[in-house]
Design a protein around this ligand. Structure first.
Ligand code: PLP
Length: 389
């Protein structure tokens, strides 16, 4: 046999890849040197709490979101807590949260002594269902035990909730809206970016969020001067500026200067990263749309694609098959909020959120991050289609 023939007969080598759900090491090879320089500067000037980087970052975060105020804080959950504190929410108050989200959404409500009330989500967008919100508010009013005060929609996987419809329900019942935008910084609805879609918005800079730092961090956005002042006091022990006096109850709720320095570098690259995520999401959708339901992005909306999440039958089997091929997936979330032991006291006896419960059974998130290559995406799609066949 000639060498040419033997080459033709050889089995093509199957390239096994390792494709992680997230990959922060690649981002570090792009941005690491500059981040180290910025951190060194903080170590040199030594203003570790509310140093100059924090205020600079806040200005850039606000400008990016197109909103007047950004206040950098200690975490996404703390951002939610401080937003609730700024509205004086506490015992006896009802805060309406979606049934399908990370536990911190309802946890923040419980942390201020208020009662989370669970609202089902929509089958298409996975976000809070304004019609079920209306029903839940009516029920709470009829029960007469709690006062409906706040609606806290979540922008799940990076897609903003339907703030237009939710805002109408809130206004009709004299409630305020706090957006849980922990996953959606960079998301858009009707020419506004997340941060400008509600009077108060909380976001998270947890490392794997679309914009993440190297530790815990978050921000509160506000369109309201007075609320912004109040939040600034709350994050700093209830003090105004350098004043000694505690004007109100507060927290140790500031973002570290070092994390602000990290975020300055990452924010400068964020527009590019957001574009990369959106391009990859469009590729997934193009390749998958004839096989399964792909994420629904309503007209005028854009997602920050914190995650690219689809629904499959036999989800755990699909996940195991992908794992065998070196593909990391995520299950966000396996437990709807009303099934968490921590929230049992706020769950009605007949509580049933059919969409939230179904989603918890069959969602799976595929790898998406700014440094995922087209070849890797192709590898994921190929094995995903095999796994669901
Ligand atoms: C991540 C997240 C939070 C909490 O953010 P942390 O910074 O981890 O405290 C809250 N809500 C949602 C929807 C989240 O995804």
């Amino acid at each position: 046999m000639s060498p040419a023939n033997s080459a033709q007969l050889a089995t093509p080598e199957v390239v096994r890849r390792q494709v992680n759900l997230f990959d922060l090491q690649r981002q570090k090879s792009r941005l690491g040197a500059e981040i180290e320089t910025r951190i060194d500067k903080v170590l040199d000037h030594g203003q570790f709490i509310l140093g100059p980087e924090v205020e600079e970052l806040e200005q850039d975060l606000a400008a990016f979101a197109g909103v007047k105020h950004a206040i950098a804080v200690s975490s996404g959950r703390d951002a939610l807590i401080m937003a609730l504190m700024a509205l004086d929410i506490g015992p006896g108050d009802a805060v309406f949260v979606p049934g399908f989200t990370f536990s911190a959404t309802a946890g923040s409500v419980a942390s201020v002594g208020a009662a989370p009330v669970f609202v089902d989500v929509r089958e298409d967008t996975f976000n809070m269902d304004p019609e079920d919100l209306e029903r839940a508010v009516e029920r709470v009013k009829k029960d007469g035990k709690l006062t409906p005060k706040v609606v806290m929609p979540v922008d799940l996987y990076g897609l903003p909730a339907d703030y237009a419809a939710i805002g109408k329900v809130a206004a009709a019942h004299g409630m305020k809206v706090i957006a849980d935008g922990a996953q959606s910084y960079g998301g858009e609805a009707g020419n506004s970016r997340v941060g400008a879609l509600a009077p108060l918005t909380a976001t998270s800079f947890y490392p794997t969020k679309p914009l993440g730092c190297y530790g815990d961090g978050g921000a509160i956005f506000s369109t309201d001067d007075n609320l912004a002042d109040v939040v600034r006091q709350i994050r700093h022990h209830g003090r105004a500026g350098d004043g000694d006096e505690a004007l109100r109850l507060g927290m140790t709720g500031r973002l570290d200067t070092i994390q602000a320095a990290v975020l300055q570098v990452k924010l400068a690259a964020f527009e590019h990263e957001l574009g990369a995520r959106r391009r990859l999401a469009a590729m997934y959708t193009e390749r998958l749309k004839d096989h399964i339901a792909t994420p629904v992005i309503p007209n005028g909306y854009d997602s920050a694609y914190a995650l690219y999440t689809v629904r499959v039958k036999n989800r755990d089997g699909v996940r195991a098959k992908l794992q065998e091929e070196g593909i990391g997936t995520g299950l966000f979330y396996r437990i709807p909020l009303h099934k968490h032991p921590a929230f049992a006291q706020w769950v009605r006896e007949d509580e049933h959120l059919p969409v939230s419960e179904a989603l918890a059974e069959d969602v799976i998130s595929l790898p998406i991050h700014a440094d995922l290559t087209d070849e890797e995406l192709d590898y994921v799609v190929t094995h995903f289609l095999k796994a669901i066949a």
